[in-house]
Design a protein around this ligand. Structure first.
Ligand SMILES: *Cc1c(COP(=O)(O)O)cnc(C)c1O
Length: 226
């Protein structure tokens, strides 16, 4: 992708990622405006996020509720139009904070969590769209519902009144991601789901070619995490 050569600052790297998304969309015959860049700011402090905000980035992804709670409320006061996506594993006992803090919860992967979120949204009077995370590689250590159980969890979530806006996947690190993206798109299609959150720093162009509506990019924007 070449985002590293000469790109020293967050603003420069962000511009290159945006351009790469745009080019990938055009190559695939897609309107670039149909792809949302979710800038993954996990482990990055508020001062590291500032340059991205200054460059107009408004959609961010965090993988830990506690960390997001520490840095985003203050940033939101200055940038009220921010949209925050939860992309990491969520424990049911954090559902209260997750519903309060996030504008989209991408990592819903089991019935118990869907039930907790539905109850909490009801209580807070706040409807937060969700994505169902699918473990397309059926990896033991990874979150996500298995591909066979995905339709069932989508149906149950809808019955609970949750807005299933999309599906999300994280393909196995050592495999060609394309078949995983294809599988996710297929599951979305048969369930009438619009959004596809797939693709990270190493493979977002492939994901865009396969129909991603959301790409979650961290390292290529903020640099490597220590
Ligand atoms: C960290 C993370 C990303 C971003 O990964 P990069 O390789 O840094 O772009 C995307 N999705 C999820 C779920 C993550 O945890």
């Amino acid at each position: 992708m070449g985002t590293d050569a000469g790109a020293e600052t967050t603003a420069q790297r962000l511009a290159l990622v945006r351009e790469a998304i745009r080019a990938a969309a055009l190559r695939a015959g897609r309107d670039p405006a149909t792809v949302t860049l979710v800038a993954v700011s996990k482990t990055v402090g508020a001062e590291g996020i500032e340059p991205a905000l200054a460059a107009g980035q408004r959609v961010f992804g965090e993988n830990r509720v506690q960390e997001a709670k520490g840095k985003w409320p203050a940033l939101r006061e200055r940038y009220p139009d921010i949209a925050l996506h939860l992309i990491g594993p969520l424990q049911t006992n954090k559902a209260v904070d997750a519903v309060r803090l996030f504008d989209c919860i991408e990592s819903v992967d089991r019935e118990k969590l869907a039930r907790s979120l539905a109850a909490e949204m009801e209580k807070q009077g706040k409807r937060v769209p969700i994505h169902i995370q699918v473990n397309t590689g059926e990896e033991q250590q990874k979150g996500g519902v298995s591909p066979e159980a995905a339709d069932g969890l989508v149906a149950l979530s809808r019955e609970l009144g949750l807005e299933v806006a999309g599906l999300m996947c994280i393909p196995p690190a050592d495999e060609d991601p394309a078949p995983h993206f294809t599988l996710l798109a297929k599951i979305a299609r048969r369930n009438g789901i619009e959004a596809l959150s797939m693709g990270m720093s190493g493979d977002f162009e492939t994901a865009v070619a396969q129909g991603a509506t959301h790409v979650r990019v961290g390292t290529a924007i903020f640099g490597s995490r220590s």
